[in-house]
Design a protein around this ligand. Structure first.
Ligand SMILES: NC(=O)c1ccc[n+]([C@@H]2O[C@H](COP(=O)([O-])OP(=O)(O)OC[C@H]3O[C@@H](n4cnc5c(N)ncnc54)[C@H](O)[C@@H]3O)[C@@H](O)[C@H]2O)c1
Length: 380
């Protein structure tokens, strides 16, 4: 059994958020960091007291004192970096999405299965306090039967560099797909999507993707439930929002419309004006080892001040970061699959990739590849 697990964090923009969590977690040792830019690498290494610092990811993978890598590099590199790590014998945690092609999702899934090495896609929304609250209500039978789930992720990425300009919205869809599938614990079996609106020519030329908004319907593996997701990245006015609404036969929960408001709980069979009520979302820090509980309420790290700042939805990601780290490390020490594992990550990521293909094909329904779906009966 690996204990402690020696972890390297690769890519230190968003990735830096996770350094103090690994340092505080009782089952981990933050062994190394990796970033190509020397000044940023050394500033972060000094701030966190990490002595082993790699400029080259390939060299890091040769280090026998590293058991697992947590990859936070740019989206187009996720697949190649995950594949290289698995081939080098390292367990992998990778930020979303898993890959930008169905074929790369297949390669990672097959590699993880063949090597027995763990792969976890670090999807923040499914470890946010709002999602954990909905999941708890569902598992306690409070929602009744889930009749429908919808999720959105709207963000204005205008002006972001490198690979961002014109990125098809559904290429980065796991923040909406993940909760729709994780809440009922089902796979996606088919998706159809329509594109709406138009983005500027200087954006659309990069990926040949014209749509301002892509909205998709997903059929789930119980054969009865459907979900709807909506994404926008450019030329659409909206405050940053990741949202999940779940509609149950007994109770439904809706995410607030704007940041800072409370969740809405709807209860069936009440007088109309008593159906909705605003409710406070509890924190789920008690699920974590005491040493990392504080990170559920402090998501944004201020390097200058060397301290954590209070979170907002979208930056602190609903207190999800310590839950993600804990799930990954627990899976390694308990020798079980993390959630989501490679196959599930492939299912979620391919929903987005195929949704975009569907939008380009005028809304055609596209089945999810079988390698992304649990074989046999519906999921447990
Ligand atoms: N909620 C979420 O799940 C969430 C939130 C923010 C970012 N992300 C993801 O995290 C990733 C990083 O986002 P970011 O905003 O920090 O991007 P960024 O471009 O600011 O940072 C990427 C980092 O990777 C480093 N890097 C790139 N190639 C490398 C290589 N070959 N070896 C070592 N280091 C390398 C860069 O130096 C940089 O530090 C993206 O894929 C993004 O989608 C996810």
């Amino acid at each position: 059994m690996l204990d402690p697990i020696r972890v390297a964090v690769v890519g230190l923009g968003f990735g830096a958020e996770f350094l103090p969590i690994y340092q505080a977690h009782p089952r981990a040792r933050l062994e190394a960091i990796c970033q190509r830019n020397a000044s940023a690498r050394n500033a972060i290494g000094d701030a966190f007291g990490v002595h082993k610092r790699y400029a080259s990811y390939a060299e890091l993978l040769q280090d026998p004192e590293i058991d697992a890598v947590h990859i936070n590099t740019p989206i187009p590199d996720h697949a190649a970096h995950s594949i290289a790590a698995l081939e080098a014998g390292k367990h992998v945690a990778c930020t979303v999405p898993m890959a930008t092609t169905v074929e790369d999702c297949r390669r990672i899934t097959e590699l993880s299965a063949r090597t027995g090495l763990k792969y976890m896609m670090m999807e923040t929304v499914i470890y946010s306090r709002e999602f954990l609250f909905m999941q708890e209500l569902y598992r306690q039978g409070e929602l009744g039967r889930i009749q429908f789930i919808q999720a959105t992720h709207q963000q204005d990425m205008d002006g972001w560099p490198n690979y961002w300009p014109g990125l098809p919205p559904m290429f980065y869809a796991t923040h909406c797909v993940g909760p729709c599938l994780a809440l009922p614990n089902l796979d996606a079996i088919a998706v159809s999507c329509v594109g709406s609106g138009r983005i500027r020519e200087d954006l659309s030329k990069h990926y040949g993707s014209p749509f301002a908004v892509e909205s998709a319907h997903i059929s789930l593996s119980d054969g009865e439930t459907a979900a709807r997701i909506c994404r926008s990245l450019f030329d659409t006015a909206r405050q940053y929002r990741e949202s999940i609404d779940v509609y149950g036969s007994k109770k439904s929960v809706e995410w607030p419309l704007v940041d800072g408001e409370s969740l809405l709980l709807h209860t069936a069979k009440k007088p109309e004006n008593e159906i909705p009520e605003r409710i406070a979302c509890p924190d789920f820090a008690h699920l974590l080892p005491a040493a990392i509980r504080r990170f559920t309420t402090s998501g944004v790290y201020d390097l200058q001040a060397n301290e954590h700042l209070s979170f907002t939805q979208g930056s602190g990601h609903g207190g999800s970061h310590p839950h993600l780290v804990h799930e990954f490390l627990s899976a390694l020490t308990e020798d079980r699959d993390p959630y989501p594992n490679a196959r599930q990550a492939a299912n979620w990521t391919c929903v987005g990739l195929l949704a975009h293909a569907s939008a380009l094909a005028g809304g055609e329904t596209i089945p999810l590849p079988t390698f992304t779906r649990q074989q046999g009966a519906q999921n447990a």
